[in-house]
Design a protein around this ligand. Structure first.
Ligand code: DQA
Length: 150
């Protein structure tokens, strides 16, 4: 089983960006924990971080046939991007949305996610554990769809 892990804008700055909100772990730290979890679950990860909305849309569009599921932190595009929402809807690959912070407990403009409604579900507010929980969620969901196989 192959999972595409997409990280959006400014997540490359984790570790020195708003540590009070996002914690002190870098994206590399988070992804190495996630890779360990993937090995435990017996799944393969392809990890991409980009600040570019179009690149995220393109990667989602290319996921069908290559990836079984998507784990995505769309970062600020969560709240603005009709293009990402449409891509998630069109690609036909199940996705789980994750956020380090609890977006519902922050500024009002972060409460709305345009993308979550085109995902299986959203996990928000558990720091780096949001990624671990999100990976478990997408893998369990995909395995349930396959009747427990794979
Ligand atoms: C975020 C929350 C977003 O509102 C913000 O723009 C981010 C990070 C999170 O993981 O908590 O860049 O997606």
């Amino acid at each position: 089983m192959r999972i595409l892990v997409l990280n959006g804008p400014n997540l490359n700055l984790l570790g020195r960006r708003d540590a009070g909100i996002y914690g002190s772990a870098t994206l590399d730290d988070i992804l190495s924990g996630l890779k360990a979890k993937a090995a435990e679950l017996g799944v393969e990860l392809e990890c991409v971080q980009t600040n570019d909305e179009g690149e995220l849309v393109t990667r989602i569009g290319q996921a069908a046939g290559k990836s079984d599921g998507i784990l995505i932190n769309p970062a600020a595009y969560t709240h603005t991007s009709v293009a990402l929402r449409d891509a998630l809807e069109a690609c036909g690959v199940p996705a789980v949305e994750v956020h380090l912070s609890n977006i519902h407990a922050r500024e009002e403009f972060r409460h709305r996610s345009l993308t979550a409604a085109r995902c299986v579900g959203q996990i928000s507010g558990f720091g780096a554990d949001s990624y671990i929980l999100g990976l478990e969620a997408i893998v369990r969901n995909l395995r349930a769809r396959r009747g427990g196989k794979g």
